[in-house]
Design a protein around this ligand. Structure first.
Ligand SMILES: Cc1cc2nc3c(=O)[nH]c(=O)nc-3n(C[C@H](O)[C@H](O)[C@H](O)COP(=O)(O)OP(=O)(O)OC[C@H]3O[C@@H](n4cnc5c(N)ncnc54)[C@H](O)[C@@H]3O)c2cc1C
Length: 341
């Protein structure tokens, strides 16, 4: 049972979300001797928690799991606990401007608490949509946990060379993903539309262009509904269909987009969003206002939630940028503006 979070009356920074981006923001704040609280639902809600091997993380030439990397980041944050509180499991429900800073309301166990800070860093990430079979998302978990089914092309595309790949999805995003996968030299790619007509929701021009690109590159589609998976022992992605057929692939790839882009809190704070639904920021990760296009004072957005590539090194880099910018702008850089009002 986690101990009662002893909150300070006010922090320099409140960080919402303790995945790779939020933990890095908390660590950086502590290293800069600024107070921060990182409020997180729990590592199992991080996107990478189910990534068994990540190959692009500096310092891990043999790869590292998302789970292990989060543990290491949490340990680093705990080492600066003179300055930084890490509160979990806690779900943030609201954030609003309060005086010259922000008030963040969250649930910790059954209690409603408020953390106040001069600067607010949003780092809630996004949540992938999981393929459903019979209305349930769990049938695919064993294959996802063993990375037999992937979710992120720029993370895992390099592992698809020479393999047969089933891309799950029916829309333009899925069709583009199937075409993009071809860049990684797979043996073959097929689209499984899971009972939905391929590209039915796209406008006629886009549908025609994508269909012709798929035909040209020999990407076939199968529209029968998926009713179950097998071949986990063989480390393959076997799919059973409603029409009684069965297909077997080296890999699956889920191209269903996002289940939750965590827009409610940034929207309530007046953030601008890009056309794909991510929070617009500038190069210092300052959240931009929907009304003026200018940075919203004291508000930053880092990690997958912001516009940009969805990768851990990028999450880290923007977390660092955000906190360093906040430190310089609001926290009293030596010879700079006075500390927080
Ligand atoms: C299968 C898979 C494989 C991947 N492989 C790689 C890879 O190899 N290399 C790579 O660089 N990237 C990889 N990624 C991408 C990587 O996981 C993300 O870029 C990274 O997790 C983004 O970090 P983040 O902190 O923005 O979000 P997350 O790590 O998703 O963390 C968000 C955190 O916010 C918390 N949260 C959300 N809402 C609330 C709330 N209301 N209150 C409190 N807390 C909240 C959650 O608990 C979670 O801990 C992969 C992703 C997937 C899905």
């Amino acid at each position: 049972m986690p101990g009662f979070p002893r909150l300070r009356d006010a922090y320099d920074l409140v960080v919402v979300g303790g995945g790779h981006a939020g933990l890095q923001a908390g660590l950086k704040a502590g290293l800069l001797r600024k107070t921060a609280v990182v409020i997180d639902r729990g590592p199992k809600y991080s996107r990478s928690y189910y990534a068994p091997r990540m190959d692009n993380i500096p310092g891990f030439p043999e790869g590292v799991s998302g789970h292990k990397l989060l543990d290491l980041q949490i340990a680093a944050v705990r080492r600066v606990d003179e300055f930084v509180d890490y509160v979990t499991p806690a779900r943030v429900a609201s954030a609003e401007r309060s005086g010259s800073g922000y008030a963040v309301g969250f649930e910790w166990l059954k209690q409603s608490l408020v953390a106040r800070g001069s600067v607010l860093v949003l780092a809630m990430g996004v949540v992938d949509r999981i393929p459903e079979v019979g209305g349930k998302i769990d049938p695919i978990f064993p294959w996802a946990n063993q990375a037999i089914v992937d979710f992120c092309l720029i993370c895992d595309g390099h592992d698809l060379a020479g393999k047969t790949v089933a891309v799950i999805g029916h829309d333009a995003f899925a069709a583009r993903t199937a075409l993009d996968i071809l860049e990684f030299a797979p043996k073959g790619v097929e689209l499984l539309t899971h009972g939905r007509p391929l590209l039915a929701d796209e406008d006629a021009d886009e549908r025609a262009a994508l269909r012709s690109a798929l035909d040209e590159r020999n990407v076939r589609s199968f529209d029968s509904e998926m009713v179950g998976f097998d071949e986990i022992r063989e480390k393959r992605f076997g799919v059973r269909f409603a029409d009684g057929s069965h297909r077997s692939y080296d890999r699956g790839f889920s191209a269903l987009g996002w289940y939750d882009q965590h827009a409610a809190i940034p929207r309530s704070l007046g953030c601008a969003f890009d056309p794909d639904g991510f929070v617009r920021t500038d190069d210092d990760a300052r959240a931009l206002s929907a009304e003026t296009g200018e940075p919203i004072p004291g508000l930053y957005c880092v990690g997958d939630l912001r516009n940009g590539w969805k990768q851990i090194p990028e999450a880290w880099s923007y977390a660092e940028r955000a906190v360093i910018h906040a430190w310089a702008e609001y926290a009293g850089m030596p010879g700079g503006p006075p500390p927080y009002p």
